[in-house]
Design a protein around this ligand. Structure first.
Ligand SMILES: O=c1ccn([C@@H]2O[C@H](COP(=O)(O)OP(=O)(O)O[C@H]3O[C@H](CO)[C@@H](O)[C@H](O)[C@H]3O)[C@@H](O)[C@H]2O)c(=O)[nH]1
Ligand SMILES: [Mn+2]
Length: 738
């Protein structure tokens, strides 16, 4: 047995998903067989066959990327007990907590408040924590809500710590009746519980009341009275300060609304994160940062300690830039009708990255090493005592002209602790300066340092840049799960989110930040680069998917075929692929229905949201329009019944059209059949089954045709799709004549 002090603080276990590997290899085998058969034996160069060959080649390429990512999965296990033996409480490093919010309507302040409360109650010495909330809406309501939250936190945090409560976001805690089951064993607990519930009710009431009657903009709120959310100077307020530096009171809480001017691009969330980095650099400058979106709360109060196991481990210390925790959601609907819970995805794909250079940064639920954001590489150490004028100029060109910030950044880069300001308010003037929108002008912020600009998936862009400098990352899947958040409530919000992701990802793929360049000119490992390409090519994938989806209909209508005579190749492929995805779902503990919903949503999302995300980037390349960061609507609890909703957005056009086209083709084939022209039929069961499969996938749309209200497809969409389908059928006829 090793010495207690040399044992690693975390271990990486290599998982053996042999069954998955075998099934995946079979799938690849049949894909290659199919391509080979088409090219060397079938040699059919009709339009549908050539198109099918092209699509199948792309699917094979995607499949190779998928297998590459999944092939060597790992799980990271942290040893809290060893950390506690090695590092005393007073030696734990400081941790700055960042929360972003941007719209008090789409992101109700009560949700942000819960996120903040759960952070303030972390099991970590509170004099090492500071919580910074960035409010991009500059909303007096959010400000007021946080102020009230700070008061409530004074009783909430001690309550959580006294009874070792697991979920420290009150709205979730009180929604779970099991949490009060201790009442028989401990009357004292029950009394406290009742009081907390009542006090939380008051807090919620106050915030709701303020939302309805709007906050009177006098006194402390006067500063909000004359501002427009898109045109105002920076507002930074210390809502609570742990002045005596005690370990058992509340951590600092700071409100930040950065300066905004209509003529200056604010770079969405990435811009907000960089302001948070600078302001916190001036105030507390912790060597580590945890960043959460306002819709995610802490579910495991010990998670910061788990992350420290990785950061402080002798190996992790040199290599690991960030520790990403999985994204999981509360109140998921039964059987995941919108396929947005991403459970199997994080297990199989997420685990797979662990065996490569590490999981990508997913924008939230992530612990960072601050110096990484200042541009440092793992092997690079800034030498002490290099304070000549040249270095200062270089630092100014990189970090901007704030003397105090450069001082703090230099400390971070040198790995030294900064003797902190005894009073946070002393930094307010400098903080306002670094939160101004002109501050980044002609600096490296957003280009080489901080969160990078230029993509609506700023997380992935930043992640790529970190891996390209040779850093590794780790996924920390603690039990209980580290954080829980709010997932899109219906298919419309889900589409908005997926479209934004895919436009951001396609943007990166088609830019100089492409992961393949990162491999050629940077330090991304080859397989990691392919792992990035796997999800960055989601947008591109929508084109062959749509093409492949209309092929069976085309063939039935034109009485031709896109499948080779050896139909068993396609059949085996279909069966094996579905068996393997099904078994993965079942092994992750999901139901058969969940699996089917995910399959179906995969088809629908790819051909609508991903396609539109991809189009958005083509429009950007043609300089016609620029993609924006559309914020998704957040809810405290689920309000959807799982039925699809529709509106007049063109995003529903491709799906409705594909459904119409399949229906037309099925009717056509039925006619031919009943007219007994079977002897001349050019297509086989394959094409008909493909069409039927697609109709099954698009069942929610079929139902939408017969529903009214928000669950029905609007007439305008039906009308436009009917025209498109008609044009398609007409086109099919034309190709026959040609
Ligand atoms: O101008 C903006 C726009 C957004 N946000 C914040 O960004 C976060 C993410 O927005 P959300 O609407 O919740 O998007 P999601 O799709 O749920 O977010 C995922 O995808 C984003 C990239 O598209 C990442 O930034 C997120 O971390 C990741 O969770 C929220 O806290 C927002 O308040 C800002 O601070 N400023
Ligand atoms: Mn979100």
């Amino acid at each position: 047995m090793g010495n207690e002090n040399t044992l690693p603080l975390y271990d990486k276990i290599w998982l053996k998903y042999t069954f998955s590997r075998v099934m995946d290899s079979f799938t690849l085998f049949f894909l290659l067989l199919l391509l080979g058969y088409r090219i060397f034996y079938d040699k059919n160069y009709s339009i549908p066959c050539v198109l099918a060959l092209l699509c199948e080649s792309w699917f094979t390429f995607t499949w190779i990327l998928t297998m590459n990512t999944k092939w060597s999965p790992t799980r990271t296990i942290t040893h809290l007990d060893r950390l506690m033996l090695r590092v005393s409480e007073s030696e734990l490093p400081a941790l700055d907590l960042f929360v972003t919010t941007a719209d008090p309507v789409l992101e109700p302040p009560i949700i942000t408040v819960n996120t903040v409360l759960s952070l303030l109650a972390l099991d970590y010495p509170s004099n090492k924590l500071a919580c910074y909330v960035s409010d991009d809406a500059c909303s007096p309501l959010t400000f007021y809500a946080l102020q009230e939250a700070a008061k409530f936190a004074e009783i909430w945090v001690p309550f959580c710590k006294k009874y070792n409560i697991q979920c420290r976001a009150p709205f979730r805690y009180f929604s779970d009746e099991d949490n009060v089951s201790k009442k028989e064993d401990s009357p004292e607990f029950y009394q406290d519980w009742l009081r907390m519930k009542e006090e939380y009710g008051f807090l919620k009431g106050k915030i709701e009341n303020a939302a309805q009657n709007s906050v009177p903009l006098v006194g402390e709120w006067a500063i909000f009275s004359s501002i427009k959310p898109t045109n105002h100077s920076a507002i930074i307020k210390v809502l609570w300060e742990n002045k005596e530096n005690l370990i058992d009171v509340l951590p600092h809480l700071i409100y930040i609304s950065r300066e905004k001017r209509p003529e200056q691009s604010h770079q969405y969330k990435a811009g907000a994160m960089n302001v948070l980095t600078r302001v916190s650099g001036l105030m507390t400058n912790a060597p580590f940062i945890l960043n959460l979106d306002c819709d995610m709360h802490v579910n495991n109060p010990k998670i910061a300690l788990h992350a420290m196991c990785i950061f402080l481990d002798s190996k992790g210390e040199k290599e690991v830039a960030f520790v990403q925790c999985p994204q999981q959601f509360y109140d998921g609907l039964r059987d995941d009708p919108f396929g947005n819970q991403l459970v199997a995805l994080f297990v199989y794909m997420g685990g797979g990255y662990g065996g490569l250079q590490g999981i990508f940064y997913a924008g939230t639920n992530c612990f960072h090493r601050r110096k990484v954001f200042y541009g440092l590489c793992p092997s690079h150490y800034i030498q002490n005592g290099k304070n000549g004028g040249g270095v200062t100029n270089e630092m100014e060109a990189t970090f901007g002209t704030s003397k105090r910030f450069i001082e703090s950044a230099t400390h971070t880069l040198e790995g030294k602790m900064l003797t902190l300001n005894d009073n946070l308010c002393n930094s307010l003037e400098d903080a306002t300066k670094v939160a101004s929108c002109g501050f980044e002008h002609d600096t490296a912020w957003g280009k080489q340092v901080g969160w990078l600009y230029g993509s609506t998936s700023e997380d992935i862009l930043t992640s790529l840049n970190i891996h390209a400098r040779g850093w590794r990352s780790e996924m920390c899947s603690s039990d209980p799960i580290a954080f829980k958040g709010c997932s899109p409530q219906d298919n419309i919000v889900n589409m908005i989110q997926q479209k934004r992701w895919v436009s951001g990802l396609s943007d990166i793929l088609l830019s100089k930040h492409n992961p393949i360049f990162g491999f050629l000119y940077g330090k991304i490992q080859f397989r990691q680069a392919l792992g990035y390409v796997w999800f960055m090519s989601w947008g591109v994938r929508s084109v062959p998917e749509i093409c492949y989806a209309v092929l069976p209909a085309y063939c039935i209508i034109t009485n031709s075929s896109f499948m080779p005579k050896k139909i068993w190749i396609h059949t085996s492929l279909f069966v094996i692929y579905n068996m393997s995805t099904l078994s993965e779902s079942l092994k992750t503990g999901l139901s058969i229905r969940t699996w089917w919903n995910n399959q179906k949503m995969m088809r629908i999302t790819t051909m609508s949201a991903w396609f539109f995300g991809f189009l958005a980037i083509l429009l950007k390349l043609l300089q016609i329009s620029k993609p924006v960061f559309e914020i998704t609507k957040k809810h405290e609890s689920s309000s959807s019944d799982g039925r699809f909703s529709f509106n007049e957005s063109p995003i529903f056009l491709p799906s409705t059209t594909i459904l119409f086209v399949q229906l037309t083709s099925l009717v056509t084939s039925l006619f031919r059949w009943s007219l007994r022209v079977g002897s001349e039929v050019g297509y086989g069961y394959g094409e008909v089954l493909c069409s039927a499969y697609l109709v099954a996938c698009y069942l929610p749309f079929l139902k939408g045709l017969f529903r009214t209200g928000k669950h029905g497809i609007p007439l305008s969409i039906i009308f436009k799709s009917a025209i498109l389908s008609f044009l398609f059928v007409h086109l099919c006829k034309l190709t026959i004549i040609v």
